[in-house]
Ligand binder design. Sequence first.
Ligand code: CA
Length: 223
Amino acid sequence: MPAVLIVEDEAAIADTLIYALETENFSVTHVSTAQEGLDHFDSHAPDFAVLDIGLPDFTGFDLCRKIRDFSQVPILFLTARDSEIDQVLGLELGADDYVTKPFSPRTVVARIRAILRRGGSAPSEVSSDLLHHQADTMSITCCGHPLDLTAHEYKLLAILLAQPGRVFTREQLLEQAWDDPGSAMDRTIDAHIKTLRAKLRTHSEDAAETIQTRRGLGYTLVF
Ligand code: CA
């Protein structure tokens, strides 16, 4: 019985969703604020999270970012306005899907089922297929294909791969991947990340998206 967390402050919307999900044998927890949604993860590991965007304390976008710091739970947004859809699509939030209000609860249930069926956003079994580092041969494969990387690209990706989820600042990446970090600039890292993503994208869009930018902080690799 998949456990679904619903974070939605409008009771009427939450109630129709809860009813539709429970009818389909999902186990549902409903909270009305983003903080309660975040707190839920302290003691539970839901299989799916449905997030409203306009919440009373902080936005569903911020909640999604906070959840993504520690969890790859599949996330579906409930959006109310076109401007919100643009944000869902434009930001690198790591959400899996969205539905626009007003929606049919059955549509939402169908979307949740589809996302769970394809294995959520990033099941860990897939990660080793997606990107695999063979330290002895100093090579990294993407979906089984060896990547043709420069020395710096290789070192950068190996560093990120060694600690998925950890955010590295540009300075940290320079220090670890460059023999002479003083000669390089912060923008050097950005340029190399860009070419790395492009090389990954030729094999798999999912692989390219594992390298995520944390605005104002640096980079992290998330499966
Ligand atoms: Ca709302």
